[in-house]
Design a protein around this ligand. Structure first.
Ligand code: SF4
Length: 465
């Protein structure tokens, strides 16, 4: 399989396929979930989950606090200046963890525990210990579990890294975005290279063997030369994993993004060239592409899982350890339990008020139908493993997949003619060039987007390229 992709051909395809569409961190996508889904529905899903006591769980803890809001950020976060607000939030987290543990009965084992935000490393040492221990009093983190946290190089100290190691964290993710000063100016996030390099070296000397960098392409002021420098510095440090996210400029939904000058944003063509540059640079330097937008060292367990078609993806990213059920704790967190999506309220007051009276803070969700599960499987296989094996889908769902998805297979013919995917013996396979357009392929299986006029339904999503 040639990894060299013809840039002229890509330019033609970008023109044709650059449109709004979901990133498919879930299917059905969150805007489709019902606001009629209530805390009682979530409790029922937890009750069903309690019937599998030996099955491990994945947990996500949302820490929604930052020192200052970056202009590009799309996360659910709030600025705080004193630790008191965080203490009060942890009071609610403690109650919510206890409520979940009660409903899950004897189901205690955890194979994945991730802290995201916001800025989890913004907590004081005492708060970090408290948040960890309130969880381990109720659940048992397995010896081979992934225990990960997102770090902000501007606020993380050596003492914090030592504490994380002592508590049992084994994977760190650092927000880098771009090393170039002019880009940082344009996104309202000043992070001197020395800070990033220093934290990286501290993490290595303190014994962390798995470090991820988050980079973003499509930011204002990015150029091929400047981004090339960011890539060189990244590759020089050699993080084990790099998440290369596409910047989604949605100022109508993210008011903080209105501070960004739209005239400084790269065109769709330049954006795809930035991705193409990064992809080639990583592939030339010992990294393997994982899913749509991640690169990992060739011997990383994600690379091995991908080569065996065993990669999984959830709201925490790509993983090999994802449990079937994952629980989100904290405001705005999303759970997937017993084939139900359930999301907590996204405002601190609403979240706190519900938890304070002993109720879950669920405000929307969805119980998946069999059709949802079939399409979820097809979309996740395409997004993670770049293929869809009909025989495996037949076995899982007791259907004739080729027949079940026959109208989608007809819709895919023009994409096949453009070389984005091919029919292989017993399934579909995304081609190397098709990996750049994998969201356009996945959207074919999404029935919800077809129910209303295409443009209207898609307008709420970011561009696919
Ligand atoms: S990018 Fe990170 S530090 Fe900046 S506002 Fe978002 S969550 Fe906070």
């Amino acid at each position: 399989m040639s990894e060299q992709i013809n840039q002229v051909r890509i330019a033609e395809l970008v023109k044709k396929y650059d449109q709004a569409g979901p990133r498919y961190t879930s299917y059905p996508t969150a805007p489709e979930w019902s606001d009629q889904y209530a805390p009682d529905d979530y409790m029922e899903a937890l009750k069903v989950a309690s019937n599998s006591p030996g099955e491990p769980l994945s947990f996500y803890l949302h820490i929604p606090f930052c020192r200052k809001r970056c202009w590009f950020c799309g996360c659910t976060t709030m600025v705080v200046t004193t630790p008191d607000a965080i203490d009060r939030y942890l009071d609610r987290v403690e109650l919510e963890v206890a409520m979940v543990a009660d409903r899950l009965g004897g189901r205690k084992k955890v194979s994945q525990f991730h802290w995201g935000g916001g800025t989890p490393s913004f907590l004081t040492d005492a708060q970090t210990i408290r948040a960890f221990e309130l969880f381990t009093r109720k659940f048992e983190i397995l010896g081979d579990a992934e225990v990960s946290i997102e770090l902000d190089p501007r606020t993380t100290t050596r003492e914090c890294v030592k504490l994380l190691k002592k508590l049992g964290f084994n994977r760190l993710s650092m927000g880098v975005q771009d090393f170039m000063h002019d880009v940082q100016e344009a996104i309202g996030r000043h992070q001197d290279s020395a800070m990033t390099i220093s934290l990286y070296e501290i993490c290595r000397t303190e014994g962390f063997e798995s470090i991820n960098f988050d980079l973003i392409y499509g930011l204002p002021k990015q150029s091929l030369a400047g981004f090339g420098e960011t890539l060189d510095r990244t590759i020089g440090l050699r993080p084990d994993r790099v998440a290369l996210f596409s910047y989604a400029h949605l100022p109508q939904r993210q008011p903080n993004q209105r501070s960004i000058d739209p005239a400084a944003l790269p065109s769709a063509q330049l954006k795809s060239e930035l991705f193409g540059l990064a992809r080639q640079r990583f592939l030339d330097n010992g990294y393997v592409q994982i899913g749509m937008d991640h690169f990992v060292l060739f011997d990383d367990e994600l690379a091995l899982a991908a080569s065996h078609g065993k990669l999984r993806r959830n709201f925490m990213g790509y993983t090999v350890n994802a449990a079937k059920d994952w629980l989100g704790i904290g405001m705005s967190s999303i759970s997937y339990v017993s084939d139900n999506f359930a999301q907590n309220k996204s405002e601190i007051d609403g979240y706190s008020a519900a938890i304070d009276i002993g109720h879950f803070a669920t405000y929307r969700g969805q119980r998946l139908s069999k059709d949802d599960l079939i399409r979820q499987y097809a979309i996740m296989e395409i997004m993670c493993n770049f293929r869809l094996d009909f025989a495996e889908a037949d076995r899982r769902f007791g259907i004739d997949t080729r027949n079940y998805l026959k109208s989608e297979l007809i819709e895919l013919l023009p994409l096949m003619a453009d070389g984005l995917l091919v029919e292989i013996d017993g399934g579909l396979e995304v081609t190397p060039i098709g990996r750049l357009f994998v969201r356009n392929i996945a959207v074919t299986f999404d029935t919800y987007l077809k129910k209303v006029a295409d443009g209207k339904a898609r307008a709420q999503f970011s561009r696919t390229i």
